[in-house]
Design a protein around this ligand. Structure first.
Ligand SMILES: Cc1cc2nc3c(=O)[nH]c(=O)nc-3n(C[C@H](O)[C@H](O)[C@H](O)COP(=O)(O)OP(=O)(O)OC[C@H]3O[C@@H](n4cnc5c(N)ncnc54)[C@H](O)[C@@H]3O)c2cc1C
Length: 377
């Protein structure tokens, strides 16, 4: 199949699923504020969790462009579902796939592809957010394995996950070169998971803290060659950023669609508000932002698919598309007037959910100085 055919087919199938299954249930799922297990399984049945992995190893044989199309379409229906899927396809399973033993892959990776197990990714700590060099969760090598002690926070899917990919420090003197990823199943003695946090947005994507107290894991649970943790993280950073941009595009599309529809329906002073130039300007700006976000994001995914260094393009896409999603979430609350303030309409959800995009993969205060450096400062 030609690349464009595959993209068209994936987009069409996901769009059909989102229109018929996600959008009609999005309000109810968001209000419940619980992990949408049924929907997660439905997405899993479509085979999308393996989209980035080769077919002969339990994946679906796709690429980053297809992955981002899936994230975009799901986020158009419900940002939480896009976020959960993004985690399962990439950060939650990537290190297990590449560096796990055959036994671990059989027991955890393949079931995760079938939506039978839930994955998550644990970098952040109470004292280490943007500053990952300060990660203090210690993995001490002993004859019996690694002994892990420490705490992680803001773990997406933490309350429902079956296994964790955890960034730990093995030798504080080595700083970045002492950071390594470890595979920790939830059932390991000494692992505890906090209650889910109360959240502003993406309320059905549960988040918690994790504590590790003398958690003993076998030596082969180190994911990747010792000392290469941060290098291995860098290999997926561009993909994480483009995925976030794709989620942002999904939200922009939903906000633009609903804004146009509402502008045609709502009449004031004897005409629909679509006749007023200030409303037109808001909608035109949303449309221009969306187009630019799309061009930046899929330029970056195509570079990643060609194995080119795309970190600058991916960072620009993440920055621009996220800011545009934040703006779209704001503009729709003006176009809808008071009705945006009601929980009956999805405008309030776009306004809250766009915040999800700001933090993961690097805040904009971290991205912008890097972009400035890459262009010559
Ligand atoms: C919804 C959500 C889901 C998340 N999911 C996960 C997850 O699954 N796994 C995980 O590990 N983490 C997760 N996180 C955490 C996320 O990765 C962190 O929030 C992010 O790394 C920023 O860290 P921080 O929030 O501690 O902010 P801080 O690093 O404390 O930053 C606070 C402020 O200071 C700014 N700042 C920091 N350093 C600098 C600097 N050098 N120059 C200029 N400004 C600076 C930041 O941009 C920010 O504005 C999640 C967070 C949220 C909100």
């Amino acid at each position: 199949m030609l690349r464009s055919d595959a993209e068209g087919l994936v987009r069409k199938n996901m769009a059909r699923f989102v229109d018929s299954e996600v959008i009609p249930r999005a309000k109810e799922i968001d209000e419940k504020g619980q992990f949408p297990m049924e929907m997660f399984r439905e997405v899993g049945k479509m085979g999308v969790f393996g989209i980035r992995y080769p077919k002969n190893k339990g994946g679906a044989g796709g690429n980053t462009t297809l992955y981002c199309i899936i994230c975009e379409e799901l986020a158009r229906g419900l940002m939480s579902l896009g976020a959960i899927t993004a985690m399962q396809c990439l950060m939650g399973t990537n290190f297990l796939f590449h560096f796990g033993t055959d036994e671990l892959r059989e027991k955890y990776f393949l079931p995760a592809m079938r939506a039978e197990k839930i994955a998550c990714f644990c970098l952040t700590e109470p004292e280490a957010g943007s500053d990952l060099g300060n990660v203090g969760t210690l993995a001490t090598r002993t004859d019996d394995g690694y002994l892990v002690n420490g705490m992680k926070t803001w773990v997406t899917n933490g309350p429902v996950a079956d296994f964790f990919t955890v960034l730990c420090q093995t030798d504080p003197e080595k700083k970045f070169r002492g950071l390594n990823f470890f595979f920790i199943p939830k059932e390991t003695p000494g692992v505890s998971v906090s209650q889910p946090f109360a959240l502003l947005g993406t309320r059905t994507t549960p988040i918690s803290e994790l504590a590790f107290s003398n958690v003993l894991i076998p030596h082969e649970h180190m994911l990747g060659q010792e000392g290469r943790g941060m290098n291995n993280l860098m290999t997926i950073l561009a993909e994480i950023r483009t995925m976030t941009a794709a989620l942002a595009i999904g939200l922009q599309r939903a906000a633009l669609h609903d804004s146009i529809q509402y502008a045609h329906e709502r009449a004031q002073f004897g005409k629909t508000i679509s006749n007023y130039q200030l409303i037109q300007a808001k909608i035109a700006n949303m449309a221009v932002d969306l187009e630019a976000s799309h061009l930046l994001t899929y330029k970056a995914t195509r570079m990643i698919d060609k194995k080119m260094d795309a970190i600058k393009e991916a960072s620009m896409a993440k920055y621009f598309a996220t800011e545009a999603a934040c703006s779209a979430g704001d503009q729709i609350t003006r176009i809808f007037g008071a009705y945006a303030y009601s929980m009956e309409y999805p405008a309030q959800r776009y306004y809250r959910d766009n915040r999800f995009l700001l933090y993961g993969g690097g805040t904009h205060e971290i991205l912008l100085p890097n972009i400035a450096r890459w262009v010559g400062l």
